[in-house]
Design a protein around this ligand. Structure first.
Ligand SMILES: Cc1cc2nc3c(=O)[nH]c(=O)nc-3n(C[C@H](O)[C@H](O)[C@H](O)COP(=O)(O)O)c2cc1C
Length: 379
């Protein structure tokens, strides 16, 4: 396994390795997007289309990838996006990534829907953890999560607003993913073809949505799970209440329009994540690279602008910075690393992104990440 990880030159190579190692139903859970998956593909394409012009004869012998967010210095300008149920992809994935983020001194965003409890993730991320909130239809459930996040010491909370309805993911429907998880003949056949994954999963137990484990015990359908996790009733008034409730930094994840970003700023939020959930919510939406410039122009003097969806290369983080983002999150890129080889695979993904980023800064003639800006765009 080590040898194949060492041969992986880029995140796409890690994805190929992960696809080989993981049964299809579990691989598709992470790899898939909404409906035709157009939005998911376009995220990557739109970033690739952004051209940055190298400037040479600048001394780049010392590269500085660091940046500061909310008064805290981070060593790299990207962090780990919140991912629900990632232990179904590879056992122990959540804790592996939380520990890695601590080691690399970057943020780790613990999902409400993670397969590991938020307290354990706070401990593993050890000061580098942020908490991602899904607002439930049941106020008591939401308040319970917020109180636990406070008690666990999270200082940054990110509320995800782009799930008024669950995304329709055709691959999951074809794979007949059910709640509670069922060992259908297809699933058994796929597990048998991936014995290492199956054994490791058996040892670690069936993954669940740990933060809601008790509440979901009686769930018999996805509809039950969705009602516990999310609500179509979340509104601007709900966001104002959340702002009043949460004393720490509050970020809003899932912003795709400058007017919505401005309204978040007016409500007193500390930042936004320009995100389309990695193309997992709708197929018809725009890629984040296309909407980022207008959003950043509207609010970057008032709040922190983070971008995600489609980051697959170190240079993508520079592209996002040139388009106006202060920082990026990456979801699948790091997930593919874990899927390709557990902790060693996650390390490999991190090294790939980090070294690509350092190389690209040198090529761009900009020794400091903070020096990248719109002046690098185009010719
Ligand atoms: C399998 C999977 C599960 C996700 N779960 C969550 C979640 O629980 N909460 C959330 O806010 N976003 C979730 N996201 C979206 C990510 O936080 C992020 O926005 C997205 O992965 C970025 O796109 P990328 O995968 O192209 O980097 C999930 C994404 C994936 C791939």
């Amino acid at each position: 396994m080590r040898r194949s990880l060492d041969r992986a030159a880029c995140i796409d190579d890690l994805r190929t390795l992960a696809r080989r190692r993981i049964p299809r139903f579990a691989f598709d859970l992470v790899d898939g997007g909404a409906e035709s998956e157009r939005n998911m593909r376009r995220n990557v394409e739109a970033l690739e289309r952004v051209e940055l012009t190298p400037r040479y004869m600048v001394d780049v012998s010392r590269i500085d990838t660091g940046t500061t967010l909310f008064g805290k210095a981070f060593d790299l300008p990207f962090g780990m996006a919140p991912i629900g149920m990632l232990n179904a992809f590879w056992p122990g994935a959540d804790l592996t990534l939380a520990r890695l983020c601590k080691r690399e001194n970057i943020p780790y965003v613990a999902s409400s829907a993670a397969s590991t409890a938020l307290e354990a993730l706070a401990e593993a991320a050890d000061g580098n953890g942020w908490f991602q909130l899904y607002v439930s239809g049941d106020d008591q459930v939401t308040e319970g999560l917020i109180a636990r996040a406070e008690a666990a010491g999270y200082e940054v909370m990110m509320v995800t607003v782009d799930v008024p309805a669950a995304g329709k993911r055709d691959r999951d429907i074809r794979n007949k993913l059910a709640v509670p998880f069922r060992f259908t003949p297809e699933v058994i056949a796929q597990c048998a073809a991936h014995p290492r994954w199956a054994l490791s999963s058996l040892r670690n137990g069936t993954p669940n949505v740990a933060n809601y484990a008790d509440l979901l015990k009686s769930a018999t359908s996805y509809a039950d799970v969705q009602k516990t996790l999310i609500t179509p009733g979340f509104s601007w008034e709900s966001l104002e209440k959340l702002r009043a409730r949460w004393a720490g930094k509050l970020l809003v994840k899932g912003i795709l329009h400058a007017d919505d970003a401005l309204r978040c700023a007016r409500i007193g939020c500390d930042g936004i994540v320009v995100s389309n959930h990695g193309g997992r919510q709708v197929a018809f939406g725009p890629p984040t690279a296309d909407v980022l410039p207008a959003i950043a122009a509207a609010v970057s003097d008032q709040m922190t602008v983070i971008m995600d969806s489609g980051i697959r290369r170190g240079a993508d983080v520079l592209r996002a910075k040139a388009l106006g983002a202060d920082f990026c999150l990456t979801g699948r890129a790091m997930a593919f690393g874990v899927g390709a080889g557990g902790a060693a695979g996650a390390d490999r993904a991190m090294d790939i992104l980090k070294l690509e980023l350092i190389r690209a800064l040198g090529q761009l003639g900009t020794p400091q990440f903070e020096g990248v800006g719109p002046q690098h765009l185009g010719g």
